[in-house]
Design a protein around this ligand. Sequence first.
Ligand code: ADP
Ligand code: K
Ligand code: ZN
Length: 434
Amino acid sequence: GAAPFYFAPEIERLDRSALRRLQFERLKETLGRAYACVPHHRQAFDRAGVRPEDLSRLEDITRFPFTVKTDLRDTYPFGLFAVPREQVARLHASSGTTGRPTVVGYTADDLDSWADLIARSLACAGGRPGDVMHNALGYGLFTGGLGFHYGAERLGCTVVPMSGGQTEKQIRLICDFGATILNATPSYALNLAESAERMGVDLAAGSLRVGVFGAEPWSETMRGELDRRLGIRSIDSYGLSEVMGPGVAMECGQRNGMHAWEDHFLFEVIDPETLEPVPMGQPGELVITTLTKQALPMVRYRTRDISMITDEPCPCGRTHLRILRVTGRNDDMLIIRGVNVYPSQIEAVLLGLPGVAPHYQLILSRQGWLDHLTVEVETVSPSSEEDRVRLANQVRHHVKSTIGVSCEALVRLPGQLPRSEGKAVRVRDLRKEG
Ligand code: ADP
Ligand code: K
Ligand code: ZN
């Protein structure tokens, strides 16, 4: 293949001992800022009996307390920010465990680092200045669309800010503009491939060369399908809003795991039961500490993502460790078309509707390659067909407008939904790993 290309060659190939020294310096600074500027962190450190000065080597990170998703909710909206609101240049938000979204903020410097990390990640994925990047990730409060947008501009790409939806138009523009990089969730990319086939458009014979796919778990089988049907090399891409957004880790051309950018983040893998570190190369929950974020420093954020990491050398020359596929989560968060959804959020919507009984079921299936959500509810008292149709429309409308996902709603008569003995089984996930 072509000679390796790096966006930030010195840092991407820094030897691991220098990388660890850099991490130590930055970690010390981050812990200091978290303690000095964020009351939540100060209290948590005090409770754990640990001070930033207690960090004398990188491994001491394990003495510091974890941050979890509910900490963001409990301090909604800006309680974990370490800078005055006037210094926050941008806000993003994703779904939290209840009605309140998880709000994240960036200073101008944070946005600058983010664009650099995306530029570095896109180059790692095989992108080059001059590429045309068709960005089908959602723009708006999600970090996906805008995150990739500015980083692709920084790399020197021509960016098509398409966002989601309007599938036929997407296909036409990919062809007309000569897109070479496609950015999407893997399931939407397969949907594009299928729709193109129906339209008689052969995307595999077209201009696309690289696919950058993330936001939801996907498999090697799906990779094979995407490569073949779109005529691309499909690359796994990982990130989460709480620590930044996309650009946390990206596969290189070797496709042997995602290089995780250790100059900006510290990665740990823990046993979710004992909370103790697990050895390199063994599966566990990914825990991430930010090393450069100003607006929202994150200390030992429990991602709930199950994966493993390796520091084995990669033939591409990058020294940063690799996150092997994220295979699932250890909480009840569902990912529906790339959107994070907690059953508790849907429950809150349902219980707010008059006439709906506290019995419901969420059924997840695939229609083609796309996720399909069916919400089944029961009425409190016997009701007419007409009333049930009206209620179904309300459920659909409220789920869409408060959570942002489309669903099908089925309203049953009292007693028609299965009753469980013991713990209610609210979710039936029929999606097969394809
Ligand atoms: P994004 O828009 O990047 O998905 P969110 O904060 O909305 O950011 O969601 C982050 C979550 O999405 C992660 O914690 C993980 O569960 C999931 N996710 C992101 N990228 C991947 C990936 N490449 N493989 C599997 N899951 C992923
Ligand atoms: K996601
Ligand atoms: Zn590599």
